[in-house]
Ligand binder design. Structure first.
Ligand code: AMP
Ligand code: MG
Length: 418
């Protein structure tokens, strides 16, 4: 068992960290030759625990289980949860809570912070060794490139692409990570570290749930730009190997990181097109997207359910759908969609496959946790996870779980390191 060392920019400030309550058990190679890390989270103190107890409690571990499995169902790259195990111990977190350990499965735990650790503590050769290892593990299509400078440039490019894609898919489903520190950004492009994360019900761009994020650094609207900020920190770590000349290296690093915005926009627009039944995006469609989002925000509508209602043309009696600006927008959208040489069924099914019927709503997640923690009953958690495992099925039961609960989210707070 090993605890991994890493550094990280936490809320913008550089810190030495490491697995303070996680232990890597080892790697498993699946029959289709994929390699996974298996890690315990909450298994006790390590040399990186600092003042912490190294433990975890049932509620937050179940939260990680439910939300990471929901992300997997949504087809968003993520670490997964194999099990939550009660330790039988009581752990103090303001009050005594049942101790628990999460077994996490990840393509790897190599983070931006792992590269920052190599730079802070190692030589050029160490950075190169880490980059080579990561390339072999995650980007082996680059392994055979003889020109090393080219290889590392393309490595950086792939990491930028994967993050742009990942964060655009978060935005499309209304997921807020909550603690996008560089130690919580995985190089292979998986969502990692489900601490203060939550899904947004009512669409409000500056939504923040995390109790410690007072300035909204990791708010919903800031996630795309923070993604690029973190990638800049990653690119910096590669400066010693991108070229022998530092100025040239910096030039390469900058030229790759600036590509992020365009890649992000392209993914996001493609995703939004599908959500609205548009097969081949046209230049002006962006106005249809932005205008809809402004209306959803103006009328404080539910993000996920608005798209479901558009999909099934079954409009709830709410302020958004009753407004004249929405009716105008709907006509524009209908004209655009019907212009395509596609049948109504084809359009509907594109939308169905891209608009989840269910997300892990905060009040449902809390209900599941409450039942497990106070009554030792995990039946609701199991049912929720089951419904979340195929969110594009659109069953009647999923519909029942999709009711928003606006008042609940208004003052909802999430926590780190719980
Ligand atoms: P996180 O916010 O989960 O990314 O955690 C930030 C850092 O704090 C990581 O190095 C964690 O391993 C560490 N940490 C979080 N909770 C605990 C705990 N209960 N005991 C020891 N270390 C912890
Ligand atoms: Mg972390």
């Amino acid at each position: 068992m090993i605890a991994q060392a890493y550094c990280g920019h936490q809320f913008g400030y550089f810190t030495m960290l490491g697995d303070g309550r996680a232990m890597l058990l080892g790697e498993q190679i699946t029959p289709d030759n994929k390699r996974f890390d298996i890690q315990l989270k909450g298994s006790g103190r390590t040399i990186y625990s600092r003042g912490g107890d190294g433990k975890a409690v049932l509620g937050p571990m179940l939260r990680e289980y439910i939300i990471s499995e929901a992300m997997y169902g949504l087809k968003i790259p993520t670490t997964r949860s194999l099990a939550v195990t009660l330790t039988g111990e009581e752990v103090f977190r303001e009050v005594l809570q049942p101790g628990a350990v999460l077994t996490r499965v990840a393509s790897s735990h190599i983070r931006v912070g792992t590269f920052q650790f190599a730079v802070a503590n190692g030589e050029r050769e160490d950075i190169k060794a880490l980059a080579d290892y990561t390339i072999s593990r995650h980007f082996n299509e680059l392994d055979n490139i003889v020109d090393e400078k080219e290889k590392y440039k393309l490595f950086l490019r792939r990491v930028v692409e994967l993050q742009a894609e990942l964060i655009s898919s978060w935005q499309l489903v209304g997921f807020i990570h909550g603690v996008m520190n560089t130690d919580n950004m995985s190089i292979c492009g998986e969502t990692i570290d489900y601490g203060p994360c939550a899904f947004m019900d009512t669409y409000k761009k500056d939504t923040v749930f995390s109790s410690i994020d007072r300035d909204g650094r990791y708010s919903y609207k800031n996630q795309p730009s923070i993604g690029q900020w973190n990638l800049s920190r990653f690119a910096e770590t590669l400066v010693p190997i991108l070229d022998d000349d530092t100025d040239k290296s910096l030039e390469i690093a900058i030229s790759e990181v600036v590509k992020y915005q365009k890649i992000y926009d392209t993914f996001w627009r493609k995703g939004m097109s599908k959500k609205l039944g548009i097969f081949d995006e046209e230049k002006d469609d962006i106005f249809i997207f932005y205008d809809l989002l402004s209306l959803i925000e103006k009328y404080k509508a539910d993000y996920t359910n608005t798209f479901i209602d558009l999909n099934f043309e079954d409009f709830e009696d709410n302020e958004l759908f009753n407004s004249s600006d929405f009716l105008k927008w709907k006509e524009r959208w209908k004209n655009r969609v019907n212009k395509q040489s596609k049948s109504a069924d084809e359009i509907k099914s594109l939308m169905k496959n891209n608009n989840p019927a269910i997300i892990p709503r905060n009040h449902k997640v809390e209900e599941a946790i409450e039942m497990a923690v106070s009554k030792g009953d995990i039946s609701f958690t199991k049912r929720l996870v089951d419904l979340l495992s195929n969110p594009f099925e659109h069953t009647q039961e999923q519909k029942k779980f999709s009711k928003e609960h606006n008042k609940f989210d208004e003052n909802y707070k999430t926590y780190c390191g719980t």
